[in-house]
Design a protein around this ligand. Structure first.
Ligand code: 3H9
Length: 708
């Protein structure tokens, strides 16, 4: 969306109401602190100090939010004056009491503005926080210096390191705000508070003088604890460590010096690649829902959901639908299966009860919306059915024939297949325009990614309905085209193959997993295989055996492992050993012997791989296939590939996703790697034409994100 930037006077209005100067930040959609807003705020505070009639100042946001923070879109551009710390310092220096009245978002720089004000009142819907860490940043307008003074080092560190939002009531008990107000009128609440303050001759009260750090020993203990915790939990991250050190500075140095040092550390965060990666992720997950069908067509009615299959997947999807407030009808083939399906659903809620996150009464209320049946006729009235049965095209086609027979006209018929041809499934019905893929990831009630797979004949309003369902379920939807594996599993198959080649050429599966973890993934590919169950990939490999190019290199290690019945965690053994149900595996010398035997069979002399080379190959394979997926239109844009991997495959968020990572490394470098590797195996390492084209034109993947 391109709009003309507002002038300072438009972005920040001020008007005198009796003795009070009301400053309204009006910068839709979320009142971010753009250059115009900063300039407008400066001018308004100058006016307040200069005007003798004014006895107090009120700052509010126009609309549903106070201020959502710095304008993230400006990061990376040349900073324009005044800086936000200057604005905050100017507000704090105001000679008349300044009140901030908060509703909706008061986040990041928004909360820093509020903390620079002298008094704060919050409406019930306010959410306060210092979420900069989630963008690879730290508070950079006094947050690390003022928050510890206002609420103490421990609470301030917790807020800044978690980035979580705090509701009004908690903000009051933390001391972030002075009082709560009823209703949804921030201006009325703020004016009332300001009048009260004037009536009681309340002084200007500056946060720089607050005493939250007075107990130095307690503050130091909190900093030490946070430092140790951050070293453990955030070792790959840049900004959390800067946050801890900034609070140390706030304790050790005078206010103004601490502000200067905070600014330097903030600018170092701005310059870090992690900031670029995390901010890309922030915008990508908001862009991903902007697909042509959702823009073109309204969703169909979506009040009830049917699910075929009560296995782990079907039950997980049922929980997602129930949690979204929808009634769910589950159909299974016999009474025992439906009882098992219900039990699978209940197990999720019982787990929550055990952890104290749900009451038994709430479970009863949710389960009242669940019903099971062995008769497809139970789907006669549902708006959308999701099939989650065995991954076999003939079984799925049979299910869809039944759905076609019983469902009402206009019902959306969805399949949860992860590989199969949805065009073929749609063709087995008399209504292919209603058939779509909804690929949930396991466990479906927890994993955020939902691939919305769009077959050739589906109508736009069905796609739009799928996006509406994702929103209700709080999933992150990505539009994908039909191909074997869609976006995620198709790319996974290729980089998994690269990992297999690296293994056969000399690195152990354990070295590969370690390199991948070192890159920032929670787990390596062989650990993932063990977690998911090696038998699943084995079945897919068998299915593909007939169509595999006989000239293509094929690594048999995983087959040898599976032939021994070693399917991973569930069998106590896979690529790793899991003694007595342990979840963390131990390296298995017998697996290494299998790898060795396979190498010998092919006459491969193993060689050393550094973690860096492992990752170059792993990422080059991922990016190359990603480019093919974009070129073929399976993914709309590179950012759709990024979001898929961030939310479905554990890709480290601070790297922004595989395509953003490639942009940051530089596409010429990635292509160079692929061409070098192609000398060993030209069939596997075939550069994607899109990648070659972009390099030839001096462009990167992000240029395609903007273009569509
Ligand atoms: C910071 O403050 C640094 C300072 O400490 C120091 C500086 C020196 N800027 O999420 P939504 C856009 S760092 C620009 O869909 P919701 C967003 O892209 C900042 N744009 O709505 C979207 O645009 P579009 C710390 C922003 O109701 C539209 O607003 N602050 C910004 O679900 C609606 O957003 C944060 O990290 C921004 N700051 O949620 C807060 N924020 O319509 C980040 C949003 O074109 N923001 N947009 O797609 C949020 O957490 C959520 O957006 C919020 C609203 C809770 C506010």
């Amino acid at each position: 969306m391109t709009t003309t930037p507002a002038t300072p006077a438009e972005a920040v209005r001020h008007q005198i109401q009796g003795e009070i100067l009301q400053i309204t930040v009006d910068n839709p959609p979320v009142n971010a602190l753009s250059t115009a807003v900063r300039r407008g705020l400066m001018a308004a505070i100058e006016a307040a100090d200069a005007e003798p009639r004014v006895k107090a100042v009120l700052i509010v946001g126009q609309g549903a939010n106070f201020i959502a923070g710095a304008d993230i879109r400006e990061f990376g551009q040349t900073p324009q004056p005044p800086s936000l710390p200057e604005v905050c310092n100017r507000i704090e220096a105001c000679g008349k009491p300044v009140v901030a009245a908060l509703r909706g978002a008061a986040l990041g720089g928004g909360l820093e503005i509020a903390m620079a004000a002298h008094y704060r009142v919050a409406l019930a819907d306010a959410k306060l926080g210092l979420p900069e860490v989630q963008l690879g940043l730290m508070p950079g307008a006094g947050g690390t210096v003022r928050a510890p003074r206002l609420i103490g080092a421990a609470a301030a560190l917790e807020l800044m390191l978690s980035g979580r939002h705090v509701k009004a009531q908690e903000a009051l008990s933390l001391g972030l705000v002075d009082r709560l107000a009823e209703g949804d009128d921030a201006v009325a609440a703020g004016l009332a508070y300001a009048h009260e303050l004037l009536a009681s001759n309340a002084p200007v009260r500056r946060t720089r003088d607050a005493q939250g750090l007075a107990d130095r020993a307690a503050a130091q203990a909190a900093i030490d604890a946070a430092r140790a915790d951050t070293a453990k939990k955030s070792k790959n991250l840049f900004s959390p460590h800067r946050i801890v050190e900034a609070v140390q500075t706030a304790l050790d140095k005078p206010f103004d010096e601490a502000m200067t040092l905070e600014r330097q550390a903030f600018m170092a965060c701005i310059d870090s690649p992690q900031r670029a990666g995390l901010i890309h992720a922030f915008f990508a997950e908001r862009e991903v829902v902007k697909v042509p069908e959702a823009k073109a067509a309204q969703p169909r009615k979506l009040d009830t959901v049917g699910i075929v299959g009560g296995g782990t997947m079907g039950a997980g999807i049922a929980v997602s639908a129930l949690d979204a407030g929808l009634p769910v009808v589950m159909v299974e083939r016999d009474d025992a299966s439906i009882a098992r399906g219900r039990a699978n659903v209940e197990k999720v809620y019982d787990g929550l009860i055990k952890k104290g996150r749900m009451t038994p009464e709430a479970k009863t209320a949710v389960m009242a919306r669940f019903s099971g049946s062995t008769d497809y006729a139970a789907f006669a009235d549902v708006d959308l059915v999701i099939e989650a049965v065995f991954e076999d095209i003939e079984v799925k086609k049979a299910v869809f024939k039944e759905l076609d027979r019983v469902c009402k006209p206009g019902a959306v018929l969805a399949t949860n297949t992860s590989y199969l041809d949805i065009d073929a499934i749609a063709a087995s019905t008399s209504r292919p325009q209603d058939v779509i893929g909804l690929h949930f990831f396991s466990p479906a009630n927890i994993m955020k990614l939902l691939e919305i797979v769009v077959p050739a004949k589906v109508s736009a309003d069905v796609v739009s309905t799928a996006f509406a369902l994702a929103k209700k379920m709080k999933k992150v939807p990505v539009r994908a085209g039909v191909c074997d594996g869609f976006i995620g599993n198709r790319i996974l198959a290729v980089y998994k193959q690269a990992a297999d080649y690296i293994m056969e050429d000399g690195a152990s599966p354990y070295e590969i997993d370690e390199a991948v973890r070192g890159f920032g993934y929670p787990m390596g590919p062989f650990q993932v295989t063990d977690l998911a169950g090696g038998d699943i990939g084995w079945a897919t490999r068998k299915r593909r055996a007939a169509t595999r190019d006989p000239k293509a290199r094929y690594v048999e290690v995983a087959d040898r492992v599976c032939e021994r019945g070693w399917f991973g965690q569930k069998t106590g053994r896979g690529f790793y050993l899991y003694p007595e149900g342990a979840r963390t595996g131990q390296p298995d010398p017998e697996v290494l012997a299998i790898v060795d035997a396979e190498r010998q069979k092919k006459g491969i002399v193993p060689r050393q791989f550094t973690p860096e080379e492992i990752m170059r190959r792993y990422m080059a394979a991922m990016v190359n296939e990603g480019a093919k997926v974009v070129e073929e239109g399976i993914a709309l844009r590179p950012l759709d590939v990024d979001v898929t991997f961030l939310y479905g495959y554990g890709f480290p968020r601070f790297r922004g996703g595989p395509m953003k990572y490639a942009d940051m490394v530089g596409l010429p470098k990635v292509l160079d790697d692929i061409r070098t590797f192609a000398k060993e195996d030209p069939l596997f390492w075939k550069p994607a034409p899109l990648l070659e084209k972009l390099v030839a034109e001096g462009r990167d993947f992000s240029s395609l994100n903007q273009a569509r």
